[in-house]
Design a protein around this ligand. Sequence first.
Ligand SMILES: [Zn+2]
Length: 298
Amino acid sequence: MSIGLRIDVDTFRGTRDGLPRLLGILKERKIRGTWYVVLGPDNMGRHIRRMLRPSFAIKMLRSGAPNLYGWEILLRGTIWPGPIISARLADTLRMPDREGHEMGVHAWDHHRWQMAIDSLSNAELDAQIARATDALATIIGRMPTTAACPGWRCTERVLALPSSKLFRYRSDCRGAAAPFLPIIAGAPIHQPQVPVDLPTYDEGVGRGRGADERWNDELMQRIDDGQPHVLTIHAESEGGSKSQLFERFLDQAIAKGHTFEPLCEWLDRQPAAAPSTIRKGRVAGREGWLCVSDSLRR
Ligand SMILES: [Zn+2]
């Protein structure tokens, strides 16, 4: 059973260091995936304000976030303005496309979207997507065909924006790995969604000695059930301090006969998308709401 592989690149450092490293890891194993990249400023450092909240601090410490992201990243955007990723790292951002991977729009300003989606106007949200899409189109030389909201923060309002509709399909939700057509204002729109069903490393990893290896085991158990799956990895973790852990996972999965593919190809081999509602929900290990689908595996 083939696994849809999605790689999110959220930060400047993730783009500069994590992206090429992951690309090499995947190339060695002849795997291609779908990369959702951030084009605008890296203001992820603003997360540090959230660290003042206990629930967030616990999560950060549990997932070893200062090691995952590096203190430089946590501070970025708090004391100095974040660099514009697409201006500084265009050649790096182009690499997955040149090696035959699929590339999609993740965000202009990841942090702003994640924090302020409910308070930003339609015009501001639309401008964020349009700006990111333009920047990625300039880098790869054509219109990207897919997009994914930062932090799975998506609503019916976002999907109704003109700039959201420009993509062949989107990946904005969590839920069973079954493509679906989101119901907006009572009617399904003809833009399939590829939901992510597997937890991310920072959501799923436990604590204490051997936590990383237990995480790999759990992931392996989940994909061994013979069902379709969609996995999200991050350039900041699986392309950073967790790269060897991820390599061991890949080698184990490949040895068991699993294959990985970009979401566009995964989508094409699934049963036709059925209509489904979306709503704000939660997943274990992640702070705050994210978009969940009510679609079921068929
Ligand atoms: Zn992201």
